[in-house]
Design a protein around this ligand. Structure first.
Ligand SMILES: Cc1cc2nc3c(=O)[nH]c(=O)nc-3n(C[C@H](O)[C@H](O)[C@H](O)COP(=O)(O)OP(=O)(O)OC[C@H]3O[C@@H](n4cnc5c(N)ncnc54)[C@H](O)[C@@H]3O)c2cc1C
Length: 397
């Protein structure tokens, strides 16, 4: 946002309560690497130091963001929390209260991210005696107590954490909901490239019922396709969605097989779309028939566990990888719907002068990813420039 405002010559200030890229530094597990290769998950004007096909580590991503901020001369004040934003009464602009004084602003861009408040559903009471943590507090297997782990949520975070815990020798149960699981690469091209040429990053409508589609992808170990059956073959016990806890036993949905099959359909659908694209455009990309081989259902899928006495199964930790919620208590303006969700069109909110950036599906599927944010920010800087021009307009005397 700062880069684009700077290019438009619009004076601005960026307030960050922690450090630049704090969430990449402290809200991600130690071994996390970017989901997309370095050539893709980046801003157009800055490249990563690593090879373009590599998956940057989380510290490399944070350093990259900090270096980009310096490169574009972003006027950032770190360690400053915004505590309240209110519309001025009887005049344009906003009154901004911060941990370091107040500020008058003509425009406010809320760029507090898509992943603001870790969600831990109230399913298992603290008194049940399990260690419970959110994926954003997970750093490495050594941090967890001895014993088995139930990982709930099998998007990119849950599936990678379950894999890491399993490789570390822990017994792991993984509750799998509906998901997409695109091939990491197909016929020599990464899935980021395929989503791009097939126009899927630009999809504007979220799939029904999905605010943020769970896409199970991984750049770990050089990047590989997420394959739940293979995870099971390697020792992870797959279960359906965790639905109920009665004080001792967790009940899982009967949806495991349907979720795995749905993931396969998404996977195979992308191979079909890629083949069709290659055919229509006469591209010379190597055939990859092995990509269509699906391994047999493991026992945990064909005869799933529907109920598990957690303590008897040795589970000591429940790790929630079910995503994040909003935290907009500080933004006290008319920009939210009845459910408290941002009300906007492509980031232009229903409160004139307030803009949102970085939200899932802000303008399209790519909107909550590093490269997608850049394009949305460009659009919003244009909108702010347009509004400034109206505000500054004075008819000839
Ligand atoms: C586990 C995980 C892995 C991901 N991997 C990738 C990936 O590989 N590639 C990719 O493109 N994207 C990835 N993402 C998405 C990633 O979060 C975004 O791409 C990008 O980093 C979001 O940037 P942001 O600035 O919008 O939000 P954030 O990085 O969340 O930054 C928001 C900032 O706002 C600050 N803030 C919040 N409230 C206030 C306040 N009131 N006052 C002052 N400051 C405040 C926070 O401290 C924070 O630093 C991943 C997300 C997660 C959760």
């Amino acid at each position: 946002m700062s880069e684009h405002l700077g290019k438009q010559g619009i004076g601005h200030l960026v307030l960050e309560r922690d450090r630049v890229a704090e969430r990449w530094r402290s809200w991600r597990w130690d071994s996390l690497v970017a989901n997309g290769p370095a050539w893709h998950d980046r801003f157009p004007g800055s490249e990563f130091d690593c090879p373009p096909e590599a998956f940057a580590g989380k510290e490399e991503v944070a350093d990259y963001l900090a270096a980009h901020a310096e490169k574009v001369g972003a006027p950032i004040r770190t360690g400053v929390e915004v505590t309240k934003v209110r519309k001025h009464e009887g005049r344009p602009g906003f009154h901004v209260e911060t941990s370091d004084g107040t500020i008058d602003a003509h425009f406010v861009v809320s760029a507090t991210g898509a992943f603001q408040k870790p969600i831990i559903p109230a399913l298992v009471p603290e008194s049940a005696g399990f260690a419970q943590l959110h994926s954003s507090d997970y750093h490495n297997p050594g941090q967890l107590p001895e014993g088995a782990v139930l990982v709930i949520g099998a998007g990119s975070s849950g599936v990678q954490i379950a894999d890491e815990l399993n490789r570390s020798g822990k017994q792991v149960y993984l509750a799998v909901g509906p998901h997409d699981r695109p091939p990491r690469s197909y016929r020599g091209r990464d899935f980021c490239w395929w989503l791009g040429v097939l126009g899927l990053w630009d999809a504007v409508t979220p799939p029904a019922g999905a605010e943020h589609v769970t896409i199970a992808v991984s750049g770990a170990h050089g990047g590989h396709t997420v394959d739940f059956r293979q995870l099971a073959d390697e020792g992870v016990t797959l279960v359906g969605r965790a639905n109920e806890f009665d004080g001792t036993r967790m009940r899982f949905g009967t949806d495991l097989k349907a979720n795995i099959d749905g993931g396969d359909a998404n996977y195979l659908g992308m191979l079909d779309a890629a083949d069709e694209y290659i055919e229509r455009n006469g591209l010379d990309l190597p055939e990859e028939p092995a990509a269509r081989e699906i391994i047999a259902d493991p026992a945990c899928v064909s005869a799933p566990i529907l109920e598990l006495d957690l303590a008897a199964a040795g589970v000591t930790t429940i790790l929630w990888a079910v995503g994040f919620g909003n935290d907009y208590d500080w933004l006290q303006v008319d920009a939210f719907d009845e459910g408290g969700n941002p009300q906007h069109q492509r980031g232009v909110s229903s409160e004139p002068g307030v803009y949102f950036l970085g939200l899932p599906w802000l303008s399209r599927r790519g909107s909550s990813f590093i490269w997608g944010v850049w394009h949305d920010a460009k659009y919003l800087a244009d909108q702010i420039a347009i509004q400034r021009a109206y505000a500054e307009y004075r008819p000839p005397a």
